[in-house]
Every structure is written in structure tokens, then in C-alpha cells.
Ligand binder design. Sequence first.
Ligand code: ATP
Length: 109
Amino acid sequence: MPCQGARPANSADDVVELLPVVLGKGAFGRVYEGTYHGQRVAVKQLLDLVEGAELEELQASFAQELEVLGRCRHPNILRILAACMTPPRPCLVMEVSQASAEVWEIIAA
Ligand SMILES: Nc1ncnc2c1ncn2[C@@H]1O[C@H](COP(=O)(O)OP(=O)(O)OP(=O)(O)O)[C@@H](O)[C@H]1O
């Protein structure tokens, strides 16, 4: 799914490579480090252990995050570069935050 300012996801080189590095865990699932068009990125993957109503709820929240962040352009807001909303691996591809773990803890509190 294209985000504002992002390339349409249909070219052969439009591939996200996941690295075996977990940047963090949240309500949706894990956030992995990866590369996308040569750029270091954070890849937020939807949990694959849930199903039914819980999965639908997570998918709706995930889509909402994409909808909102996909429109934002601000130096203090991490940009979404690409997204896949279809199973089996819905994910958001975004800029990697330079914030420390302590800052993320404060944000999550
Ligand atoms: N773009 C990013 N760059 C680096 N680390 C990130 C990035 N996004 C998330 N993280 C890491 O992953 C963790 C989980 O983030 P995530 O947004 O999934 O969860 P959350 O803050 O609990 O919010 P949510 O309720 O949306 O899941 C963060 O606390 C942070 O450590």
C-alpha cells in the first residue's frame, strides 16, 4: 500500500529484507531492523499468533496507524516508507528511530 510520498510497491526491487535484530516489542507484535532500497529501516510486523475477533481488532488498529502516520510529514515524526496490509505478514516499514530505550519507555508510559 503506497504511503504519501512513498513509491508504489510494485517494482521487482521493492523488497524489504529483515535482519535478525529485534528493535522492540509492542501491542501489535515485534519491530525488526531491516533494509529497504538500501536504507536501514524498522519493520513493524503484526502478531501472527492471534486470530478471530482479536486479529480483526489488531488489523483495524494497524490500518489506522498506517492511515494517520502515512499522512504525516514532520521532522519529529517517524515516516512510514511502505506497508503491506495483506496476510500472511502485514507490516509497516518506517524510518529507524534514533531515540534511546529510555525515551521509548517514557513514550510508552
Ligand atoms: N521506528 C522505530 N525505530 C526503532 N525502534 C522502534 C521503532 N518503532 C518501534 N520501535 C521499538 O519497538 C517498540 C515497540 O514499538 P511499537 O510501536 O510496536 O509498540 P508500542 O509503543 O507499544 O505501541 P503500539 O501500542 O502501537 O504497539 C518500541 O518501544 C521501540 O523500542
